[in-house]
Design a protein around this ligand. Structure first.
Ligand code: FAD
Ligand code: FES
Ligand code: MG
Length: 268
């Protein structure tokens, strides 16, 4: 997690939007990260990320006072916030970070907020206390049962959908597979569902086509048409296939990065 000084982005950012970070030189990889919080007075934005590969690992090496080459944003359409009634906010893993400002805004708009937070294990659960503060009801689940209930997020989501009255909206953010199964559950109960898609992005302005997805049979670009879409209409299988397209190169890049770090003695 880091708070980054970016006053122009902080002044304009709204829940649901993201930035593209270019790390160390103008030729660095560009990676999209959601704006997980804003301090407009200080002019800072909060980014929360999981080190899954080269660029996120490199970002995690930065220390207070370090600089990133550039930040582009805020990008994407903000979340549509209004008083819907009962909103179920489902977060999986690092998805809890982008979900928090949305859940907070939903609560502020007068909704009853039920939050379901899931993680593979206790150590990977983030922002529980923050969600406790803004949720009317909070359910925590872990895959291995090391904290909260041993379940996937879809289990409590299904239970909540069976309640009378049923929820008015679900917002699900997390791994693509989690958003796919959440959408399948809510579809059975006809509960409208918003998902925030995390496709591969390059330019972030609708020109490269890297973030292309199929929604309701139509081609959409996540960076400009999203990142939020109707979960019942997203072709998740195609999206996941496209997200895995560069696995080999990503593994190579991480390997090279680790070797280089070893060579210059940065690996502790
Ligand atoms: P790599 O080893 O290069 O890639 C690991 C996996 O990350 C890949 O298999 C692929 O699925 C994905 N990925 C790789 N390159 C990109 C790219 N250029 N754009 C998008 N995904 C990529 N992650 C967070 O931890 N926190 C966030 O708040 C967050 N917000 C996001 C918001 C949006 C709108 C999108 C599209 C993605 C977001 N992600 C977030 C995912 C994050 O961008 C990837 O984890 C990151 O790019 C991985 O880079 P890497 O070099 O470390 O890993
Ligand atoms: Fe290039 Fe969306 S990232 S079109
Ligand atoms: Mg990468």
């Amino acid at each position: 997690m880091a708070d980054i000084e970016a006053p122009l982005v902080a002044a304009a950012a709204k829940p649901g939007q993201f930035v593209i970070v270019c790390l160390s030189t103008a030729y660095s990889e560009r990676i999209p990260l959601t704006i997980a919080g804003v301090d407009a007075k200080k002019g800072t934005i909060r980014l929360v990320w999981q080190a899954v590969g080269k660029s996120t690992a490199e970002l995690a090496e930065l220390r207070v006072g370090d600089k990133v080459e550039n930040i582009l944003g805020p990008l994407g359409k903000p979340t549509h916030i209004e008083k819907f009634g009962t909103v179920v906010c489902v977060g999986g893993g690092i998805g809890n970070a982008p979900l928090l400002p949305i859940a907070t805004a939903m609560k502020k708009a007068g909704n009853k907020v039920i939050s379901i937070l899931g993680a593979r294990m206790k150590e990977l659960l983030i922002l529980e206390e923050e969600f406790k503060t803004i949720s009317d009801e909070l359910i925590v689940v872990t895959d291995d049962g090391s904290y909260g209930k041993k379940a996937l997020v879809t289990e409590p989501l299904e239970e909540i959908c069976k309640r009378t009255p049923k929820p008015n909206l679900t917002v699900a953010i997390g791994p693509a597979i989690m958003m796919k199964f959440c959408s399948e559950v809510t579809k059975k109960f006809d509960v409208p569902t918003v998902v925030s898609l995390n496709t591969i992005m390059i330019d972030g302005t609708g020109m490269c086509g890297g973030c292309r997805v199929e929604v309701g049979g139509q081609t959409k670009f996540v960076c400009v048409d999203g990142p939020e879409f109707d979960g019942h209409k997203v072709n998740f299988d195609l999206m996941m296939k496209r997200m895995n397209a560069y696995k080999k190169q990503e593994a190579q890049a991480l390997e090279e990065y680790k070797k280089h770090k070893c060579k210059i003695g940065l690996d502790g």
